[in-house]
Design a protein around this ligand. Structure first.
Ligand code: URA
Length: 205
């Protein structure tokens, strides 16, 4: 089903969609999460980044990519010479999915049904921003962007023509880099992530 036709300028439409998303019940994740975490950034951004879902800190703050993964993402963008103000940043899934362990809330990956349900919002964000480049950070984001499961290692580093005219790119999720136990590997993977971001940034210079 297509979303309703909406009246008004992009900012007004974005605010209306964001407001509707606050009471979303399209999948069960709204039950345990604190709030919907919608995307943010300039609506004329040439770059559009998709993460997986809000983490613990994003769930509490109501904003995407403000926790440890977000900080690594920001540092990597800066190192790649990509201006964050030219990027809209959102998530494939807009509610935090977790498992309780005592006081801690441990991240759980969203499943295919949750990702599919939440494309309702993602696609409206993409239609509003009409970015030149969409970047999927990790497998959940790639699934949301492409509508099917793909392998990061096989899709990384090449432009994918998307329906709607944008160019799609797939790279790793910053949490993947953060979770690598070996410091040397972590440094290597962060460098590779920065290289991906640099190559993507070059295309909108
Ligand atoms: N990880 C994500 O994928 N998105 C966020 O907003 C935070 C962490």
């Amino acid at each position: 089903k297509a979303p309703p036709k909406r009246q008004g300028n992009a900012a007004a439409v974005w605010a209306a969609v964001r407001s509707e998303a606050k009471t979303c019940t399209r999948c069960p994740l709204h039950r345990d999460a604190t709030q919907t975490v919608f995307g943010e950034g300039p609506l004329d951004a040439p770059l559009f980044f998709i993460g997986e879902q809000p983490g613990d800190q994003e769930d509490l703050a109501g904003r995407p990519f403000v926790g440890p993964a977000g900080q690594l993402f920001d540092r990597s963008l800066a190192a790649a010479g990509v201006d964050r103000s030219r990027a809209y940043v959102t998530n494939a899934v807009k509610h935090f999915k977790f498992e309780r362990r005592g006081k801690r809330r441990l991240h759980q990956s969203p499943d295919a049904g949750e990702i599919e349900a939440c494309r309702w919002w993602l696609n409206q964000e993409i239609d509003l921003v009409r970015p030149r480049i969409i970047v999927a950070l990790g497998a959940s984001a790639a699934r949301a962007m492409l509508g099917k499961a793909v392998t990061i290692s096989r899709t990384r580093g090449e432009a994918i023509a998307l329906d709607g005219g944008a160019e799609g790119w797939v790279t790793v999720h910053p949490s993947y880099v953060l979770r690598l136990p070996d410091e040397g590997r972590r440094a290597e993977e962060q460098a590779r992530f920065i290289e991906d971001l640099r190559a993507i940034g070059e295309r909108v210079k």
